[in-house]
Design a binder for this molecule. Sequence first.
Ligand code: FES
Length: 232
Amino acid sequence: MPGVSLTINDKKVRVPAGTTILEAARELNITIPTLCHDKRLSPFGACRLCVVEVRGRKNLPAACVTPVEEGMTVLTESPAVVEARRTIIELLLANHPLDCLTCEKSGNCRLQDYAYRYGVKRTPFEGTRDQLPLDDNNPFIIRDPNKCILCGKCVRACQEIRGQAVLGFAFRGPATRVVPPLDVSLGESDCVFCQNCVAVCPTGALRDKYLAGKGRWWEFQPEAVTCPFCAN
Ligand code: FES
């Protein structure tokens, strides 16, 4: 079949041209950690946690946005990759509250999962972000900007799944934040409560208000429901 052949962790795979390294790895059941990637959303390449080693290249490309090439040899857990991922997690934790004991998202948090997976128990970096107030006046969603890792999934979900633009990036450098237009609260914004942003958030930055304080996530039973607002 036409396509591109490559080797990932000593396993050969053939995939259509244009496939990313991340997608090719998934064909082989090789898991590459991701924070900003979601196959329903446009590629973003922001978190860099999916970096991999490609033989012959000096840099570590992000697997989620790098297309495969004929004859490529990829390593997804080489010492250089693991070291880079550990540093990325440490940098994220520098500005992240370490309240996992009481965080509603504990046990269902991708950042926590990867810190565990890569043995990151503390960070040598000092955060620069100011403590920001909790945004709690939306009837269905709690927004904690201190837990946002700027992966942009909520921004893309709002635009690409719901067709709204309630969340976007604002400010610059270390002050960069995801906020509603004009930095109003979520309750004052045009939010239609679809919760797509909550569903894709990898940390506790966007949470379901109804579930807050009612138990740990593993105590809940999932139920299929029809959203009364968007019928999705
Ligand atoms: Fe690839 Fe975030 S998952 S850069």
